[in-house]
Design a protein around this ligand. Structure first.
Ligand code: HEC
Ligand code: HEC
Ligand code: HEC
Length: 309
């Protein structure tokens, strides 16, 4: 609420440094020593360097990750950096030289390190898995980076990753715990099942429903009553979350996947059908309808659906 009105308008258009003042007063007062640009001109406002306009998700937006400008990341990973978005007549090497000259400490190094882990995970370079798992459990892990790494680990075939995910289930951040729970999906070792059942009573709903989602398909019959009840309650929350937006095709698609995992194949066909009706050009519901029909043994039904594609 400090920076935006409740409808999302920016409050400090004419004096953007006001956005940062309440929490970073020292920086605002000693701004020139910090940013090395003449007062009042472009390059002297906090948002010039910390919230540059970049493009993602097909929109131009100011970057809200609040990171320092990092020209070295442009050199290494071709990520944009705030300096060269303005100084487009100079290259990243030029900007990198300046930020190194202006600072004693190599503030870019830790940013490059974690960016390197993300880069390796994207490329499937799993020989770096031990470093990735160390990062997840390190004191100064950034929660957004941790969650990104955990999600990228989904395609990692190495068993060791689960040890790291189990540790991440104890992370103080609910965002990290929820991602770790999702990462343990279908991994029904006693340790993992216990951790997920415990997470199904987490203080945060996001963690509870991800834990319930990860345990879809786990036979609850053998669990002690208290644990079973907790899991049933969290699973109900999961279903509520998926049916809370009845105009959204992906809700039905996700619901269909849960039914399919639970062996409720006919219900899954129905849910995928609803998804298809809401969004006829989405391919995933059609693909999974075929899978569901194949499971039902209705070979004939596969043909007309694939012809629709
Ligand atoms: C409501 C308080 C608050 C406001 C307003 C605020 N910040 Fe921050 N900012 C913080 C806190 C707290 C941290 C430390 C977070 C941490 O260490 O995880 C931080 C950290 C940062 C960092 C370091 C991030 C990093 O990972 O290196 C930058 C850069 C930053 N803020 C810039 C800004 C800018 C620019 C503005 C204004 C547009 C702003 N902040 C407004 C509270 C605030
Ligand atoms: C010309 C670019 C530039 C501008 C403008 C700028 N900064 Fe920074 N800022 C940096 C760089 C580079 C770093 C990383 C090095 C460092 O920590 O000093 C940084 C780091 C920070 C940090 C994190 C440092 C820490 O100790 O964790 C905060 C907070 C911050 N800036 C706030 C501000 C605020 C508030 C303003 C507006 C008054 C501002 N910055 C304007 C370049 C800029
Ligand atoms: C929003 C635009 C903007 C951003 C972001 C910005 N600058 Fe600048 N910079 C300027 C402008 C405008 C000037 C010229 C100021 C003047 O009138 O002297 C300038 C001047 C400079 C100069 C001195 C003149 C020159 O061209 O040699 C250096 C060096 C410089 N910037 C480096 C940086 C670095 C490094 C960063 C990132 C940490 C950065 N700037 C971020 C706009 C920006």
């Amino acid at each position: 609420m400090h920076c935006h009105t409740s409808s999302g308008r920016y409050r400090h258009k004419d004096d953007p440094d006001q956005s940062c003042l309440p929490c970073h007063q020292d920086r605002v007062e000693e701004a020139v020593e910090h940013h090395h640009h003449p007062e009042g001109k472009a390059g002297s406002h906090c948002i010039d360097c910390h919230m540059p306009m970049t493009r993602f998700a097909a929109m131009n937006r100011t970057d809200h990750s609040m990171l320092p400008p990092t020209p070295a990341a442009t050199l290494k990973f071709e990520s944009p950096n705030a300096c060269n978005l303005c100084h487009d007549d100079h290259d990243a090497e030029w900007a990198d030289k300046w930020v190194r000259e202006w600072r004693d400490e190599d503030y870019q190094e830790p940013i490059l390190y974690r960016a390197g882990l993300i880069d390796s995970a994207r490329k499937g370079e799993w020989d770096r898995l031990p470093d990735m798992l160390d990062y997840l459990t390190s004191e100064d892990r950034d929660e957004v980076f941790s969650v990104s790494l955990i999600r990228l680990l989904e395609t990692c075939p190495k068993e060791e990753k689960f040890g790291g995910l189990l540790k991440a289930m104890e992370d103080p951040s609910p965002f990290v715990r929820s991602a770790a729970a999702a990462g343990l999906s279908g991994y029904f070792t006693p340790d993992a099942v216990m951790a997920l059942i415990e997470a199904s009573t987490d203080e945060f709903r996001l963690v509870r429903i991800q834990a319930a989602g990860a345990l879809v398909g786990f036979p609850v019959g053998d669990l002690p009553n208290r644990q079973r009840d907790a899991l049933i309650k969290a699973t109900k929350e999961l279903f509520d979350s998926l049916t809370s937006r009845p105009d959204d095709w992906s809700s039905y698609y996700n619901l269909g996947n849960i039914y399919l995992t639970q062996g409720r194949v006919k219900e899954s066909v129905e849910a995928f059908g609803d998804a298809h009706q809401l969004r006829p050009d989405a391919v995933l519901p059609l693909v999974n309808t075929s899978i569901a029909y194949a499971r039902l043994g209705e070979e004939e039904n596969r043909r007309p659906l694939s012809e629709k594609l």
